[in-house]
Design a protein around this ligand. Structure first.
Ligand SMILES: [Ca+2]
Ligand SMILES: [Ca+2]
Ligand SMILES: [Ca+2]
Ligand SMILES: [Ca+2]
Length: 402
C-alpha cells in the first residue's frame, strides 16, 4: 500500500465501517474447521530472522531491524520500530492456492497502533489478520481481519492476549480462512488474492507499533491424486458371507474412494490367496469425482478353490496419475471354503451337522425364517434333496483339516 493509497483507504474505511459486509463472509467456531487433506503442502518460503532479513524483496519499507528482546525462535525476530515499517514479497502473478504462517508478539502495551499479517497488500485485495487496530476503530481488544476495503472484528473468542500468537492464512479454491492460534478467525466462501505476503505496519500515523514477528512460512498447495480401497466384502444374496462351499458363486464388493482433487480413472482388482495370489477379476472405474466413492462387484466361482481359509485382497491403481498415498490402496478380507455337509464348521460332516442344522432347514428356501444358507450346499437358495443327496451324502462321515 502506497502512502497516498493508504490515506485514501482509511477515509473509505471510516465511512464504510458502519455498513453491513457485502461479502459472503461468515465467522464460525473452530469445530467447524475442516483441515485440508486433499492437497500437498510444498514449502516455498521461510524466514526465522536468524540470518538477517532473508529472501524478502521489492517491498521493504523502512530500515528492517532485528530484535533480540522478544523472539519466538532462535535469537532474533523482526521488529517494526519505525512508522510504515514492513516486509513484503510479491511473488505470484495470479492468486495461488496456498498458506501463509507467521508468529507475532502482542505486548498490548500500545492500543493505538496498527500491524498486519496478510497475503496481499493492494488495498482492494488485502486478505489478512490485523494484529491491532486502535487508531480508527473503537474496539482495540479483539483481533481483526481485513478483506479488501473492509475490515471487521473477529469472533468474540479471539480477544487480544499478551504473548506470541500464530496466524495461518489459508486459500483453497473458492474458499479462504484465517486461523489464530489454530482457532478460526474468519472463513470466506470465495476466492481471495493470494499473490504474495506481508508483515508489518503499512499505515502512516507517526506511530510505531513495535510489533515483533518471527518464523514466517509460506506454502503452495498442489492438488494430489489419491485413491483408496475402503472396503472389500465377500457376500452372497446381498449379505456379507465368509463361510462358503465349492459349489457357490459368491461376490466380492470392493469400495473405492477418490480422495484426490481431480476426477480419477482407476483399475480395481481383486485377488484371493491360495499358495500365492490369484486374480478374481479386474474392472475399470472411469471419471470418479473427487471425494466420492463407488462399489465394484466381482463374481467369484469357488469350484476350483481349495477348502479352508483364503485371504482376499482388493487394490486400486490410478491410471494416468501418481498416487501420493499408496498405503491406502489395498484392503483385505477372507473367505473360508468348507467341505459340503460341514454346516457347523468343525471340519467334518457328521450327525451334528445333519440333525442339528440340516433337519430344521430342510425344505426351506431363501426368505423363509428357517432357511439356513449354510445348509444350502449348492447355493441355489434352498435346502432340498439336491443339497442332501448330491453334496452332503458323499461327504457323510468324512473330515478335513485346515
Ligand atoms: Ca527467530
Ligand atoms: Ca492411495
Ligand atoms: Ca461338522
Ligand atoms: Ca440348494
Amino acid at each position: 500500500m502506497e502512502r497516498k493509497a493508504v490515506s485514501g483507504i482509511m477515509l473509505t474505511l471510516l465511512l464504510t465501517s458502519m455498513l453491513t459486509l457485502a461479502f459472503n463472509v461468515r465467522t464460525v467456531k473452530a469445530t467447524d474447521f475442516s483441515p485440508l487433506t486433499r492437497f500437498e503442502k510444498i514449502l516455498m518460503f521461510e524466514d526465522d530472522f536468524e540470518n538477517g532479513i532473508a529472501g524478502w524483496w521489492n517491498e521493504i519499507s523502512g530500515t528492517p531491524t532485528l530484535s533480540t528482546d522478544i523472539v519466538h525462535s532462535g535469537n532474533y525476530s523482526y521488529v517494526t520500530d519505525e512508522d510504515l515499517d514492513y516486509l513484503a514479497y510479491h511473488w505470484f502473478n495470479t492468486s495461488i492456492i496456498g498458506e501463509m504462517e507467521a508468529w507475532f508478539y502482542d505486548s498490548m502495551s500500545n492500543m493505538s497502533v496498527t500491524s498486519i499479517v496478510s497475503t496481499d497488500w493492494d488495498y482492494h485485495y488485502v486478505f489478512g489478520a490485523l494484529m491491532w487496530y486502535g487508531v480508527d476503530y473503537g474496539n482495540a481488544h479483539h483481533y481483526y481481519y481485513r478483506l479488501g476495503d473492509l475490515w471487521t472484528t473477529s469472533i468474540s473468542s479471539c480477544l487480544r492476549t499478551v504473548g506470541w500468537h500464530r496466524v495461518n492464512i489459508i486459500h483453497e479454491p473458492e474458499r479462504a480462512y484465517i486461523l489464530l492460534d489454530g482457532e478460526l478467525l474468519v472463513e470466506i466462501n470465495h476466492t481471495v488474492a493470494f499473490r504474495g505476503f506481508t508483515i508489518g505496519d503499512h499505515w502512516i500515523y507517526d506511530t510505531v507499533s513495535f510489533s515483533h514477528y518471527d518464523d514466517v512460512k509460506v506454502w503452495r498447495y498442489v492438488p494430489h491424486a489419491d485413491v483408496a480401497v475402503t472396503n472389500a466384502m465377500p457376500n452372497k444374496f446381498g449379505h456379507e458371507k465368509h463361510h462358503a462351499y465349492p459349489a457357490w458363486t459368491i461376490y466380492v464388493n470392493v469400495t473405492v474412494l477418490n480422495n484426490g482433487t481431480a476426477p480419477a480413472n482407476i483399475t480395481v482388482t481383486a485377488y484371493f490367496d491360495e499358495s500365492g495370489w490369484h486374480e478374481i477379476g479386474n474392472k475399470a472405474v472411469t471419471n470418479l469425482a473427487p471425494s466420492t466413492n463407488t462399489t465394484v462387484t466381482f463374481s467369484w466361482d469357488l469350484s476350483s478353490v481349495r477348502y479352508c481359509n483364503h485371504t482376499i485382497k482388493a487394490n486400486a491403481t490410478l491410471i494416468g496419475a501418481v498416487d501420493t498415498n499408496p498405503a491406502n490402496n489395498e484392503d483385505h478380507s477372507w473367505v473360508k471354503v468348507k467341505m459340503p455337509g460341514d454346516v457347523d464348521n468343525d471340519s467334518d460332516c457328521d450327525v451334528d451337522d445333519v440333525f442339528t442344522y440340516v433337519s430344521p432347514a430342510y425344505g426351506k428356501s431363501l426368505g423363509q425364517l428357517a432357511y439356513d444358507q449354510q445348509c444350502d450346499f449348492d447355493g441355489d437358495g434352498d435346502c432340498d434333496a439336491d443339497d442332501i443327496f448330491l453334496y452332503l451324502s458323499p461327504n457323510y462321515g468324512k473330515s478335513y483339516s485346515c
